[in-house]
Design a protein around this ligand. Structure first.
Ligand code: HEC
Length: 104
């Protein structure tokens, strides 16, 4: 029994990196931010504009870590700003997962 519990805990910890803890109301705010703020450069439907498209096919092969870092820190010397004053790591992780799987 104890072994089973340890296994479950370690599974939860391992998957913890990929699972963002974001409340339902925060998810609505983040979806709005993604469409409005990110969309102002990446296009309302994220098909690209001043910034590149953020669609699953473009992001395929890019790691979640890279996406989270990009969102939090931005890309120096480009128009891509860092969002860490507005977004927590969980927020950024949630957004990264959203854009990887694609908005509805
Ligand atoms: C002021 C314009 C602007 C805004 C606002 C903006 N971005 Fe960007 N973003 C860019 C540009 C330009 C690049 C390309 C940077 C480069 O050439 O490295 C970029 C790159 C990225 C990348 C890397 C894409 C890839 O294929 O490597 C991600 C992910 C990203 N942005 C996510 C976001 C998210 C999420 C938001 C909103 C929280 C956001 N961006 C808001 C301009 C913007």
């Amino acid at each position: 029994m104890l072994k089973m519990r340890l296994l479950i805990v370690s599974l939860m910890l391992n998957s913890g990196l990929a699972l963002a803890e974001v409340s339902a109301s925060r998810q609505i705010e983040l979806t709005h931010l993604l469409k409005q703020d990110c969309g102002s450069c990446h296009g309302m439907t994220l098909k690209g504009g001043l910034g590149p498209a953020l669609l699953p096919e473009q992001l395929d092969g890019k790691s979640t870590d890279y996406l989270v870092m990009t969102i939090l820190e931005g890309h120096p010397n480009t128009a891509m700003p860092g969002w860490k004053t507005m977004l927590s790591t969980d927020d950024a992780l949630w957004i990264a997962n959203q854009i990887k799987q694609g908005l509805d």
